[in-house]
Write a protein that binds this ligand. Sequence first.
Ligand SMILES: C=C(O[C@@H]1C=C(C(=O)O)C=C[C@H]1O)C(=O)O
Length: 258
Amino acid sequence: MENKTTTDSATDSGLSLESVRESLISQEDTIVFSLIERAQFPFNSPAYDPLSSPALCGSLLEYIVKETEIIRAKVGRYTSPEEHPFFPNDLPLPHAPPHNYPQVLHPAAAFININDIIWKMYFDQFLPLFTAEGDDGNYGSTAECDLKCLQALSRRIHYGKFVAEVKFRDAAQDYGPAIRAQDKDTLMKLLTFESVEEMVKKRVEQKAMVFGQEVSLDDKGDTGKYKVDPSLVSRLYGEWVMPLTKLVQVEYLLRRLD
Ligand SMILES: C=C(O[C@@H]1C=C(C(=O)O)C=C[C@H]1O)C(=O)O
């Protein structure tokens, strides 16, 4: 049974694989600049230690993220299908009237949130790689930068829902049997475009070089120094961002015919 979402061609809704890929390219800039901002501070481990104050549960980082998400929930940020909270439980309802976003995705999309995976990836694996060891006491600014990185990564990775919807609409006859069989491996093969992934890795590495290069006023030109190691940005996409984007696509497609 076709689901409640219209199955018109992607172009009828103005959505196409080209347009969603253009959005992903644009989001690369946000991610690279957020990493550059975070890299200005050392790791600053006290920002992640449990706070001593009983009134503030968790770490300073968790406190800033939770309180920020409460305000954002009140103004309706999470009614957008592109935004996902890291602490979704107990968020207040929007005070503002909800914006009528076009219903592009299948309703099941609302139940896909992998921010717990993104959080662990970012803090346990990636953050120690691209920040210098040390403590400069700027814990609040550090946490604010982390939040910007988390939010940009979450938006990019969950954009996989829109990519999956377009791919399904463009080739329902190919995806349908694998969805009905709940065949994750076949879905992963169908939605993977390795040539595109290679271009993404090269482009984000280039952006990290251009956006993050250390500028020197002498005539030596490119200093060869960067605020964030460009090869690390490429690795971030290759090892985490793109695989997690594909995970979101598979999770979405598995529910697409519900
Ligand atoms: C996002 C897409 O799906 C997959 C994931 C990609 C990514 O995360 O950048 C790129 C190509 C595909 O393997 C796409 O086809 O554009």
